[in-house]
Design a protein around this ligand. Structure first.
Ligand SMILES: NC(=O)c1ccc[n+]([C@@H]2O[C@H](COP(=O)([O-])OP(=O)(O)OC[C@H]3O[C@@H](n4cnc5c(N)ncnc54)[C@H](O)[C@@H]3O)[C@@H](O)[C@H]2O)c1
Length: 317
């Protein structure tokens, strides 16, 4: 089996690459190493995979259909994990057209190639952000038609296209809504890295509403990878699945846990919650539990300790 992982050098993608290689698969990672964050980080993410005989790295853009065609012709993937995307919700507010190009149009190219090569299984990465500010806990039967940011809207559009490609062309697509993923190799624009950066530098961290009443359903990256692997191989021809921890933590408790683990104190600066951020994320994961056997294993303190261990080696602390 040959797995084509778009965004394979990113945070989640590189973990998936490592897991698939460890299972004996042939893996092709396709990534454009854009500078949304330091591309050198992405190169470190896949450094170990590059030593593996079953691994191929293609540096290319998913907006470039010619490059994608050539990659598919050469490698003929049996499975696709489409993780490549512009991923930051706040950045999308200032760059909506970029998000449309990468998250919608390019996703159509990947779906189209899945159709042409009759792949056996495909996942499309989506996000809890599609739920906007709907009442929690969120389950997949909710309407998800009031996204708060261009990022969330483009991911929702990609979800709808995934359904259409299943309905019209029989592409076996599973849409996975990830909930605030964290862990080793975590993106530098996400809360765990931003907070630890500031705590180490003695700078204030921005805590929306003082961290009170703001909840996030932190999901450890290894648990997400287990969900992706299950979804790639399920018999469910089309499905939309929440992959979350189903255990939201108030932001102030998150900060206190981070202080305890790192031994550094946080200086808290209070700001109002940005309009692109919902006050609470909370996954109902019954469907993924029932159909994918998904069961998150990692508590926040264990996962944050693993993140901190990685952060120390990454930044030589
Ligand atoms: N990390 C989270 O908490 C989270 C939550 C919900 C959804 N997601 C989704 O999961 C997926 C992976 O996210 P991540 O956190 O690993 O982000 P990431 O930015 O680390 O990974 C995305 C990768 O895609 C690549 N990429 C971006 N545009 C590309 C293009 N035009 N052509 C080729 N490659 C391109 C980037 O270089 C990067 O390596 C994304 O689809 C994201 O929207 C992530």
């Amino acid at each position: 089996m040959t797995y084509f992982v778009t965004g394979g050098a990113g945070f989640i993608g590189s973990h998936l690459v490592d897991t698939l290689l460890a299972r004996g698969a042939t893996v092709v990672a396709y990534d454009n190493f854009n500078d949304y964050y330091d591309p050198a980080r992405k190169r470190r993410n896949i450094a170990a995979a590059l030593t593996h005989a079953n691994f191929t790295l293609i540096e290319g853009d998913i907006r470039d259909r010619g490059a994608l065609d050539a990659a598919f012709l050469q490698h003929r993937p049996t499975h696709i994990a489409h993780l490549g995307a512009m991923a930051g919700p706040r950045y999308s507010v200032a760059h909506p057209f970029l998000y449309e190009e990468v998250n919608v149009r390019a996703t159509m190219h990947i779906l189209d190639l899945a159709r042409l090569y009759a792949v056996q299984g495909m996942i499309v990465a989506s996000t809890s952000s599609v739920y906007g500010a709907l009442p929690t806990p969120w389950d997949e039967s909710q309407s998800a038609d009031t996204p708060l940011s261009p990022y969330a809207a483009t991911k929702r559009a990609a979800e709808l296209l995934a359904y259409t490609y299943h309905y019209q062309y029989g592409v076996p697509t599973r849409v996975l809504r990830f909930f605030t993923v964290y862990g080793p190799r975590g993106r530098p624009d996400m809360t765990p890295s931003l907070f630890v950066d500031s705590m180490l530098a003695g700078k204030p961290i921005t805590l929306f509403n003082g961290g009170m009443g703001v909840y996030r359903d932190w999901t450890y990256v290894a648990d997400i990878i287990a969900g992706i692997v299950a979804a790639l191989h399920t018999d469910v021809a089309f499905g939309t699945f929440n992959l979350g921890n189903s255990s939201p933590v108030e932001l102030i408790s998150f900060v206190r846990m981070l202080e305890a683990i790192t031994g550094y104190a946080a200086i808290i600066e209070d700001k109002p919650l940005p309009a692109a951020d919902p006050p609470r994320t909370f996954a109902n994961i019954s469907r993924a539990q029932a159909l994918l056997g998904f069961q998150p294993q990692t508590s926040l303190d264990v996962g944050l300790s693993a993140f901190w261990k990685w952060y120390r080696s990454e930044y030589d602390i």
